[in-house]
Write a protein that binds this ligand. Sequence first.
Ligand code: FAD
Length: 334
Amino acid sequence: MYVGFKVEKNKPYLIVGQGLAGTILAHHFLEAQIPFEIWDASPTYFTSSHAAGGIFNPVTGRKLEKTWLAEELFNYLPDFYTRLQETLQASFFHPMPLFRPFAHAEMRTWLEERKAQIDHDYLEWTTEGVWIKEAGWVDASILVRVSQIYFRQLGIFQSREYVSSLAFGRVIFCEGFHGQQNPLWAKLPFLPAKGELLIFESDQPSKDYILSKNGFVLPLTVNQFKVGATYRWDEFSPAETADAQDELQQKLLSMGVDSYTRLITRVGVRPATQDRRPFIGMHPHEPVGIFNGFGSKGVSLIPFFARAFVREIQGIEELPFEVSIQRFSHLFSP
Ligand SMILES: Cc1cc2nc3c(=O)[nH]c(=O)nc-3n(C[C@H](O)[C@H](O)[C@H](O)COP(=O)(O)OP(=O)(O)OC[C@H]3O[C@@H](n4cnc5c(N)ncnc54)[C@H](O)[C@@H]3O)c2cc1C
């Protein structure tokens, strides 16, 4: 029978890492009144969250399918971010339509012929392409920064690297792609993916919606936009690369933007996994846990699974097996 992990009142939890994962887990700990501290050591460890495009989008792939768990994730997401904005008195949640033009005439014909099978509630079809409903973006960098101020005010944040500590009942690691260097988790099948995006100024793109065509252009202000994002799996330095910058330029051209001023490049490494599912749960033999592996979809996955993890910690409901680290129990044999 499943037995929940007891919350030890006199020995609080420690959350290691205050990227999007650690931050949102911490807010759920606060709601559940689980005592904890949260530590983060950026810039020693560079983060994915400050580089993220922040897009949430319930539709994926060429066949416009609903993403994995779309209904569950997208039922919780707007409520959660709206509530968090109120708590933090900040603005970072930006619901916004997303437009996917047909790549070419053959693609339009191919999709229209299958419209009856493909169609669902998140799609609105036009002759030029498809509008995706319930999409938008979260400014993850602002969310993380204002949360840090909030946690400092509560006296639960320290700018500090975790090495080891006995002062805590349990330690939950939210270290992003750095988790693969942690001996406790090194056997888990991480598959990190470095990404770059560019913030630029231009009069050409629309400021009213996110354009998605083999990449995205996302409006930030009247004339500032983000274009992204690139992927590579062979090196993980925080440095921008000439290849990625060329690729971003090509993406802009293919989305009709040829006149712009480059402002800033953002670089990060997505904490992706080989089976494309998160790593969540408590270690079978040590008083430690992990909340990681959210890949390129942290904004939509993290709130739902932070709530689910807290419910498991409280002994209310077990995590789904496909996200639980129990699926790798053979890697943790003593
Ligand atoms: C270019 C790019 C574009 C992206 N676009 C999107 C998007 O459009 N939509 C989306 O949903 N996602 C996107 N992502 C992915 C998103 O950024 C991640 O899913 C999410 O931010 C992961 O958060 P995290 O907290 O797990 O990791 P991180 O943000 O990397 O945070 C890990 C934190 O742990 C700290 N840390 C690590 N080890 C230690 C230690 N030993 N002691 C103390 N602190 C430690 C680090 O300092 C860091 O702050 C994008 C990523 C990139 C790179």
